[in-house]
Design a protein. Sequence first.
Length: 202
Amino acid sequence: MWSASCVWNMNIEKYINNISNYIEKKPEVGIILGSGLGIFSSTIKEPINIDYNSIKEYPKATVSGHKGRFIIGNIHNKSVICADGRFHYYEGYDINTTTLPIEIFNALGCQNIIITRGVHGCLCYSKRDGFFEVPAFGATVVDRIGAGDAVFAIAALNVAQNAPIELVGFVGNAVGAEAVASVGHRDSTHKISLYRHIETLL
């Protein structure tokens, strides 16, 4: 008799086999995107989009702003895979489903994983350094639009330089804090302002 865990593991294997058909180079970085991060996903070079709907029996992303797709491509010469849409308890999903993208990233061989968590900051993982939970640093929040994009833009650069994962999250959240201080993230993050912000956190 099949157990629920056996069926679940078989489903994961099918998902991975489906996604692997689109992968030419093993992804080094896995990124889980939430709401309002479409700008970041557009920075991925040579993107290949895989809609969740095209993967048989794969869960559906139901939250507004979660597009429900994987994006495979390159950022600063690092191969990446993004889950553009995640799953939540409040959608009625269980723990296996909410952690599904992480399971897939791990099975595909990702060495680093970055997850934005809104007001809770971000969660970073690397096989070299382990898990690091980095809090949000924004004291003044004018507009949240663009914060996640800013975090991932600088995080991608740091990962490309093989920076320690705790530094990736720390600098990423500092840049995110700068981004939420302006309406619509209209102003670029200035180097001097960022240096001062980081100095106050150290």
